[in-house]
Design a binder for this molecule. Structure first.
Ligand code: PEP
Ligand code: MN
Length: 342
């Protein structure tokens, strides 16, 4: 259920409607929009009696939301959500007419590795650095990441090169740490339906980048995001990273058609990860171009200066020189769509 407020409704009227909703044992989520505030209601088992709320001052109408997701839906907020990620070198904007690039190694390996690649990345103008400290690996014998030591290195790179940090949390314990060090908390594909982790991330004070599960439908993806918003975290961006199909020419099948599908249904920004989406270095550039062309709000790419020596995902990591080309081309394609890369 959504309560749509008048454009000139006062903060007191909005507060009174929220209080009334809460008094019914339900949860109120005011969603300020460009024109008016809508108030999402969750916690109801069935239909809520419309009459009570519609009679309150400042209310235009109450509309039942038929979709299973509510807060992430465009019904709740017609205009795009635009995220502002603070970094030591100013804000990075994601969504609306701004496209953001996130680049870095799959994992933080050594100080030398991270600083070398971070320096090259910063030189290309990319302002968000990725790098896993906690790695969800298929095999328990594969490199699992250096944990907090890696987070400390990311924090060092952050200060040295003015980059915002995006890094993955795999459980509650790592989320506590990641929330402290990073600017964006990444929830990986394998954890897209880890509901207790989603609830914890929903209570975090940092933005969340939520990756699509390897076999998740659009509804499942949006419902996972709904967990984050329902716990109070509205700073959420989605990320398509390829799904499992019968195709054997690439690691995954990058489902670019989900970008316009998400945009139709949700106000949240959606990024594309062509690295995990293809698993192959030579496919990262062409699919990055396509992702920007299809309307993605950002790209997440793996970059390594010596990919053959990478401890994980070397095959799909591009070289810093290729990132330069990617940035230049993304800017040109973005311009055609009246958008800009920041
Ligand atoms: C990653 O970004 O390094 C990663 C593990 O991604 P995904 O969760 O999409 O596999
Ligand atoms: Mn990886």
């Amino acid at each position: 259920m959504l309560v749509v407020m008048q454009s000139h409704a006062t903060p007191e009227q909005i507060q009174a409607v929220c209080a009334r909703i809460e008094s019914l044992g339900l949860k109120a989520h005011p969603i300020p929009g460009a024109l008016r505030t809508a108030i999402g209601i969750t916690g109801n088992k069935g239909a809520v009696d419309l009459g009570i709320l519609e009679a309150l001052p400042g209310v235009v109408e109450c509309i039942p939301v038929s979709k299973p997701y509510k807060l992430v839906s465009r019904d709740a907020k017609p205009e795009d959500t635009v995220l502002r990620i603070p970094t030591p070198s100013g804000e990075v904007v994601i969504g609306g007419d701004k496209i953001a690039l996130i680049a870095g190694p799959c994992a933080v390996e050594t100080e030398e590795q991270l600083m070398t690649v971070a320096e090259r990345i910063a030189k290309t103008g990319v302002r968000l650095l990725r790098g896993g400290a906690f790695k969800p690996r298929t095999s328990p014998y594969s490199f699992q990441g250096h944990g907090e030591a890696a987070l400390k290195l990311l924090a060092k790179a952050r200060e040295r090169f003015g980059l915002g940090i995006v890094t993955e949390a795999v459980d509650h314990e790592s989320l506590d740490l990641v929330e402290r060090y990073a600017d964006v908390i990444q929830i990986g594909a394998r954890n897209m339906q880890n509901f207790s982790l989603l609830k914890r991330a929903g209570r975090a004070k940092k933005p969340v980048l939520l990756k699509r599960g390897i076999s998740a439908t659009l509804d499942e993806f949006l419902m996972a995001a709904e967990y984050l918003l329902s716990e109070g975290n509205y700073n959420v961006m989605l990320c398509e990273r390829g799904v499992r199909t019968f195709a054997d020419h690439s690691r995954n099948t990058l489902d670019l058609s989900i970008v316009p599908a998400v945009k139709k249904r949700s106000h949240l920004p959606i990024l594309v990860d062509p690295s995990h989406g293809t698993g192959l270095r030579s496919k990262v550039l062409p699919l990055s171009r396509a992702a920007v062309a299809v309307g993605a709000d950002g790209l997440l790419v793996e970059v390594h200066h010596a990919p053959d020596q990478a401890l994980s995902d070397g095959m799909q990591s591009i070289l810093p020189s290729e990132l330069e080309q990617l940035v230049a081309e993304a800017r040109q394609i973005a311009a055609v769509l009246h958008r800009s890369v920041n």
